[in-house]
Design a protein around this ligand. Structure first.
Ligand SMILES: *Cc1c(COP(=O)(O)O)cnc(C)c1O
Length: 384
């Protein structure tokens, strides 16, 4: 029998995006209404009642994201951290522990350590790319949640998702993958055994640096109902225009990720051959310790390249000297960005066990003409 499941790019364009049945508008309209007429008390059309509990534009995005991650349910939030917060509070109770990767987004660590910590949630940190270390941490003490980012931010460490899921499940934990860096175009954690995928849709899914958002995708009905209840009862929903912009971005995710990956590989190869560069972190390089694993669990290596220079001062100078790469936080947009993690995106983990080496600069490689990107980096390195 042939597999007739629509392909990724077909889903990206069509899932949740049926034309408007009343007007035929090919692009479904943005629904701004906060409230919905009832046909008699409690007579809801399509289940819509009030904008916080449900909105058709948000449903369209949630349907699209669930299809792309091959999960049963999607939930869209006002930001990536709002999505994380909803999931964590839906699942955790005082005394529960989260086992967190040692190289995750600083805001994730801050949320668990400083917001949930005072409510009794405990946190342990381990290098998730070392499954033996994970196994030993879990045998010491169980964890309610195992949380990983792969590729990780900003050092691009690769974790074996299938292996981690087995270890986590044997220990009774919920296995969560922050898939922001790879996006579902390159990696689908649920198919590898993870329970929940988390996204900052602000990055590659939105893709144009013009909308903040977050999402959860999962297939477990019970965890879904709990997280959905938190979305409704705590209220960090995405607004209709934000949801619509994200949906529009997602339609081109496949071709953007392809170009991001091609450009990043060219940039990484160039940097690796440059005498002023001490080390390049990119899973697409054969020299990367996670290269073979990444080649197995991802369909390409993504658009983020980190680079170590001689020392902190050189790294700072480099980050402040590029012309085409704009010095800014965030990542995943069509334009190239440079970021100095220690003082920018990862300032919240400075001095903690998650601190980023001071000589490291992170590049978000955009979809511009690659020769221009390489020339900008070449001129910057020469000027240092
Ligand atoms: C940006 C980011 C987040 C947080 O998302 P926001 O949309 O900024 O709240 C979480 N995880 C990763 C990997 C990120 O890059």
């Amino acid at each position: 029998m042939t597999d007739t499941t629509p392909g990724f790019d077909t889903q990206a364009v069509h899932a949740g995006q049926a034309f408007d049945p009343t007007t035929g508008a090919v692009i479904p309209p943005v629904h701004f209404s906060t409230t919905y007429a009832q046909d008699g008390i409690g007579g809801l059309r399509e289940g819509y009642e009030y904008g916080r509990s449900g909105n058709p534009t948000r449903t369209a995005l949630e349907t699209q994201l669930a299809a792309l991650e091959r999960g049963r349910h999607g939930l869209s939030f006002a930001s990536g951290l709002a999505a994380e917060d909803a999931l964590l509070r839906a699942v955790l109770r005082p005394g529960d522990e989260v086992l967190l990767g040692s190289d995750v987004y600083g805001g994730t660590y801050r949320l668990i350590a400083r917001i949930l910590g005072p409510w009794g949630v405990r946190l342990r940190v381990v290098d998730m790319s070392d499954l033996a270390a994970v196994a030993s941490a879990l045998s010491e003490r169980p964890a309610r949640i195992v949380w990983v980012e792969t590729p990780s931010n900003p050092l691009l460490r690769i974790t074996d998702i299938a292996g981690l899921a087995r270890l986590g499940h044997d220990a009774g934990a919920l296995v969560v993958v922050d898939n922001t860096f790879a996006s579902p175009a390159l990696q689908q954690p649920l198919a590898l055994g993870a329970d929940v995928v988390v996204h900052s849709t602000t990055k590659y899914l939105g893709g144009h640096s013009d909308v903040v958002g977050g999402a959860l995708v999962l297939s477990d009905d019970e965890v879904y109902e709990q997280a959905k209840f938190l979305q409704f009862a705590a209220g960090a929903v995405s607004g209709p225009l934000d949801a619509w912009l994200t949906t529009r971005g997602v339609k081109t995710l496949g071709i953007r990720m392809q170009r991001h990956s091609e450009n990043a590989l060219a940039v990484a190869s160039f940097l690796e051959s440059h005498e002023r560069v001490a080390r390049v972190y990119y899973p697409g390089l054969p020299s990367h310790p996670g290269h073979e694993l990444a080649a197995r669990q991802m369909s390409a290596f993504g658009g983020i390249v980190s680079v170590a220079l001689a020392d902190a001062a050189t790294a700072r100078r480099f980050a402040e000297s590029t012309k085409l790469f704009t010095l800014a936080e965030s990542l995943g947009g069509v334009e190239s960005l440079v970021n100095y993690p220690d003082a920018m995106t990862h300032a919240s983990v400075r001095g903690t066990e998650l601190a980023v080496p001071e000589e490291v600069v992170r590049l978000s490689v955009g979809i511009e003409s690659v020769d221009d990107l390489v020339r900008d980096l070449d001129q910057t390195l020469t000027s240092l």
